[in-house]
Design a protein. Structure first.
Length: 340
């Protein structure tokens, strides 16, 4: 009887120890399954300890709190192997969302933004404004507001293309320099090119300028425009786009004269971009045309997929007109382009 009781106690103790070890193993596995913040080093960096999972330096990560709310963005700067097969990962804090507090225990998840992510809600603070490989276009600042409304102050990334269904082609030669042309105009015997240079970019403002040249087919008339662009990040959902275009030079080869004839196609506008939670955009704003001395405007809905953009817009040259007309009144316009 005594040996039977001892035997039962032995099995009970063995089961208790085994269960405890198994529970500890499960907890440890869960702890290191997802990287988390272990130590805050200073106001801009923190440390995470991982085991078998090696992270890739320079990769961007989303920081989430205990309620799975995104509180910040970080980039892995360095990784060192330490004792017992563990890895010390040093992160640099890129952005804090809505003045949230980054705390020990917050989880880190690799920012896979190659396609739609329902947990990554639309906001100006989560726009990917620095060159990053394989990022869906929906998460980037828009390059243009469409053919009618004009450009923004943003340029394409290096080796990035935009091709519109109207035959316009843009190419990022450098991160801050984009060149483009309208292929159908060139094919018809004309000549056209545009350039945009981004010369300043901060957290709240982006400034750029550009030049466009056009020579119409079967004519001797050429026009040169200068553009100045200023994007201002007003709040978490709105960006203001200021656009000034000056037709400063007109050259008539037949008359063999060069003169500043008029500001025929000059215009100024200040528009607003609203980022929706699904990363689609709403664009609206007034513009003033110097030639017609009229106030017009536009209202656009922009549907963005990973590479495809579709602009559905209502436009007017003069808001006082009531008729439907491409030259004076109101009209609809569809703009489609691929960004890759």
């Amino acid at each position: 009887m005594f040996s039977s009781s001892l035997k039962n106690n032995f099995f009970f103790i063995f089961k208790l120890i085994f269960s405890s070890q198994f529970l500890l193993l499960v907890c440890s596995a869960k702890t290191f399954e997802t990287p988390h913040i272990d130590t805050i080093l200073d106001s801009k960096s923190f440390r995470s300890i991982t085991w078998s999972k090696k992270l890739i330096p320079n990769t961007h990560f989303i920081i989430t709190d205990s309620s799975q709310q995104i509180v910040g963005l970080a980039q892995l700067k360095s990784q060192n192997q330490i004792e017992n097969g563990k890895f010390e990962n040093i992160f640099f804090l890129l952005k804090v969302i809505d003045n949230q507090i980054i705390q020990i225990g917050d989880e880190l998840s690799e920012m896979n933004l190659s396609s739609f992510n329902e947990n990554y809600k639309g906001t100006t603070e989560l726009l990917v404004r620095k060159p990053t490989n394989n990022v869906s276009s929906r998460f980037k600042p828009i390059f243009t507001q469409g053919v009618v409304a004009g450009d923004t102050a943003e340029t394409l990334e290096k080796d990035e293309f935009i091709i519109t269904y109207l035959g316009q082609v843009y190419y990022g030669f450098f991160p801050n320099l984009t060149l483009g042309t309208a292929a159908p105009l060139n094919a018809a015997g004309g000549l056209n090119f545009v350039s945009k240079i981004k010369f300043f970019s901060s957290e709240n403002n982006t400034l750029a300028s550009g030049i466009s040249f056009t020579r119409m087919p079967q004519t001797s008339q050429s026009n040169l425009n200068l553009t100045f662009l200023w994007d201002s990040y007003s709040n978490s959902t709105m960006i203001t786009h200021n656009y000034l275009s000056l037709a400063v030079l007109s050259y008539d080869k037949a008359a063999e004269t060069t003169a500043i004839k008029s500001f025929a196609s000059s215009s100024i506008q200040s528009g607003y971009e609203f980022i929706l939670s699904n990363w689609d955009r709403v664009l609206l704003g007034p513009n003033y045309n110097f030639e017609k001395k009229s106030i017009g405007g536009y209202l656009s809905y922009v549907k963005i997929w990973d590479r495809l953009h579709a602009y559905f817009s209502l436009n007017t040259i003069d808001i006082r007109k009531t008729q439907w007309s491409y030259t004076e009144g109101y009209y609809f316009f569809l703009d489609v382009y691929w960004r890759f």
